[in-house]
Design a protein around this ligand. Structure first.
Ligand SMILES: [Zn+2]
Ligand SMILES: [Zn+2]
Length: 332
């Protein structure tokens, strides 16, 4: 019988090779998810390497420089992809707050894919888990349970959180095209990166007045914009459970924040969302700016999406009740 100390390097090498394969095929050799959850939180450095490279790629500005055009592209790509994260990955795939056709659903998954936040099914399964266990011990990214840094960035590097729990997304796993995009989740980001690089090369040739290049567009349009997009999105996991005001007693630490709503196109109304997660709108009042909702409403006029679930009437009643109870407590 081999000694445990002799077996460890072999098993480490094996898990490193599997992590490497997971870069390309995220469902390869799928582990028993329940068994995986019993293990302690551990950073999988091999699996996390592309995520580290994404951040290091931002340093490319030292070589590629900048131009007003490249910066504008980075900002534009941040916002159209933030819209995909909140409008499609979150409000459609995770919560099904509106309906669409099967072909358009595929387009939404592709659009979400260029956000480089993995596949729609992984995103939705992870997020549904968050709603079920918000700020409880099982929550994968709770500032209350594991600290701020883990909730913001640590959890995404953890070996326990890489596999897709398909049991939580049976409604989506019925579509093989969505499962394919989810399984091979580097395909769309890679095509996106090459596309941006190619566009920069082309513009360098045909529009030299823009003073851009393939590398410059890759650095700004892909690396910087995508890194900012990740941290903007992640603020909802971390800051939105720490910073802001609570309208509803949801039992978790979710909060509402105007500032976070601006950088996430409406996701900052996180306490509203935790209270009523099935409605398409997260800003419940006109002053609660929710740009994703306005864009989805405009999209519904084209007929591409429909059946946008409204804010339940009880949301407003409950608010009045809480305000009344706060007022009566204050006057006593
Ligand atoms: Zn939350
Ligand atoms: Zn949600």
């Amino acid at each position: 019988m081999p000694a445990p100390v002799a077996a460890r390097p072999v098993s480490r090498l094996r898990s490193a090779v599997i992590s490497l394969v997971h870069w390309f095929d995220s469902d390869f050799g799928a582990e028993d998810i329940d068994r995986l959850q019993e293990k302690p939180n551990r950073v999988d450095w091999v699996r996390t390497l592309p995520f580290i490279i994404l951040h290091l790629g931002c340093l490319g500005i030292l070589w590629a420089g900048w131009s007003p055009f490249a910066v504008a592209v980075a900002v534009f790509l941040y916002f159209i992809r933030m819209f995909a994260v909140t409008g499609f990955y979150h409000r459609y795939f995770s919560h099904r707050t509106f309906s669409t056709s099967r072909p358009w659903q595929f387009v939404l998954a592709l659009w979400g894919g260029i956000c480089v936040q993995r596949g729609a099914l992984w995103w939705a399964a992870t997020h549904r888990h968050h709603h079920q266990h918000s700020d409880e011990v099982e929550d994968k990214h709770s500032p209350r349970q594991q600290g701020f840094l883990w909730s913001h960035i640590g959890w995404i590097t953890c070996s326990k959180n890489f596999p897709t729990d398909y049991r939580r997304v049976k409604d989506l796993a019925r579509y093989p095209e969505l499962v394919f995009l989810n399984r091979f989740d580097t395909l769309v980001p890679a095509a996106f990166g090459f596309g941006i690089f190619g566009l920069g090369k082309l513009l360098q040739q045909i529009a030299p007045g823009l003073h851009t290049s393939g590398w410059q567009m890759l650095v700004w349009g892909f690396f910087i914009s995508t890194t900012a997009l990740f941290h903007g999105t992640s603020c909802i996991n971390s800051l939105s459970h720490v910073f802001g005001r609570k309208r509803y007693s949801t039992g978790d630490d979710s909060r509402n924040s105007f500032v976070l709503s601006l950088i996430t196109l409406g996701e900052g109304w996180h306490n509203n969302h935790h209270q009523h997660m099935s409605c398409v709108r997260q800003g419940f009042y006109w002053w609660e700016v929710d740009i994703t909702y306005y864009l989805l409403r405009a999209m519904s006029w084209t007929g591409l999406i429909w059946d946008l679930r409204p804010v339940p009437v009880v949301a407003y009643d409950r608010n009045r009740q809480l305000a009344a109870s706060r007022h009566s407590r204050a006057s006593h």
